[in-house]
Design a binder for this molecule. Sequence first.
Ligand SMILES: Cc1cc2nc3c(=O)[nH]c(=O)nc-3n(C[C@H](O)[C@H](O)[C@H](O)COP(=O)(O)OP(=O)(O)OC[C@H]3O[C@@H](n4cnc5c(N)ncnc54)[C@H](O)[C@@H]3O)c2cc1C
Length: 457
Amino acid sequence: MSTPPRIAVVGAGPAGLTAAYELARTGAHVEVHEAGPAVGGLSRTLELWNQRVDLGPHRFHSQDARIQALWSEVLGDDWGQVRAHPGIFREEHILDYPLRLTDVVRKEGLLESGRCVLSFVREQARPRPEVRTFEDWLVRHFGPRVYARFFRDYNEKFFGVPLRELDAALAGPASKDASLVTTVLNAVRTQWDNARAGAVKEVTQDFAYPAHGTGMVYERMAEGVRARGGRVHLDSRVEALEVQGQRVTGLRTPLGTLPYDYVVSSAPLAPLVAQLPELPGNVREHLRRARDVLTFRSNVLVYLEVQSTELFPYSWLEMHTRSVRVGRITNFRNWVPQLHGEEASSILCLEYWCSHEEPLWSWPDAELVALAKRELAATGLDRGAPVGRGHVMRLPRCFPVYRPGYQDVLRPLREYLGGFERLGNIGRGGQFAYNSQDANWRMGLEAADQARAALGW
Ligand SMILES: Cc1cc2nc3c(=O)[nH]c(=O)nc-3n(C[C@H](O)[C@H](O)[C@H](O)COP(=O)(O)OP(=O)(O)OC[C@H]3O[C@@H](n4cnc5c(N)ncnc54)[C@H](O)[C@@H]3O)c2cc1C
């Protein structure tokens, strides 16, 4: 091609913007269509009460040289390695995470720790014959007692169904070596490393974090696209792909029907397929099944402003207790100082995971803020400090739920979409993948490579 190709990207989240940035960087004319009023998708950063906050805790990890190079190019010096200090909140105490052996034994007790080890050994001696569900996987790798004490309640809050109704694939490829043995070894190693570093009390996990919040990297990518002559259309929800035969030729958008040489989409998979013309019967059948099988959890985030700067030292707490409904509490005061600036308050983010069918999803904001205030007081984490303003964000369908057999529906839908030329299908929603930012960057980069190859440019 002699003139630069016109390429559209659907969605300005991590996947879409990585593709758009890479394509613009290599000379394409790029137009991004984003349904929402801001860039960053689930990884955006908000301005709130003169501070900056993310949509729950967002860490960035990658060992991939291409991703690391892109990160440095986009952010320059405006990022750092941040020390996370997560914790596990239980009724009786808070455990450091990653676990430290002495912390666990001291707080859980020698007897209970011994029972957990015994239950693990019994499971290894007579393992369950088949590991089909997420519950099977956890019990097989950690033993029934650790499963019941540390995994069941928190994860059932998260997924909203018993873990025996979820596919073992949820454990993910990175967890193939996980077990009680490696957890204990890691707990010993963490303690040993910290002791050698002279920081016995401090358990840390470092990750890369932009100076002004996770979303900063996506704001920069969008600027990069614009600086190279591209466009980022906000409030522009793509209604349908335009196709001729098996080739994608453009998009139907609020700005009209626009012709493109290639489309990279990070929009959710099933609705994207559903609006294609002349769907074969088997695809229609898979779409019908997708409604029951490719399901999501949603997230209601309630931000509270607490008039104290010294609430608790953790970056976030996983709430392993049934006494409150909140699943996780993030304290943005403990991330980087640029987030809170000169403000003398802490913003906490309380996450309530639910489905759209649950009444909580539609509660009025005032009721959600009242619930969050009540629950924060019940945990004692407010330390009696005054709790002022509240703000609610709803993230619809943000966590894909891997139900057993979901691949049988997902695969044919992906294959059907894969049969169209001049189309890249990426992202958390596009691939129905319970994944993190770096995986979406990888998909964005590969989609850009494929677009270039397909257009011969
Ligand atoms: C609470 C929470 C905590 C998380 N913590 C971490 C973490 O610690 N580390 C980490 O790496 N990841 C984390 N993640 C995951 C991370 O946020 C996602 O993996 C990432 O944002 C997905 O990128 P994406 O571009 O695929 O999708 P999204 O971020 O969902 O972006 C997709 C974009 O496409 C737009 N869109 C959809 N349909 C259309 C359409 N038809 N037309 C136009 N635009 C459309 C949407 O509005 C959205 O902006 C977390 C997620 C959540 C919800």
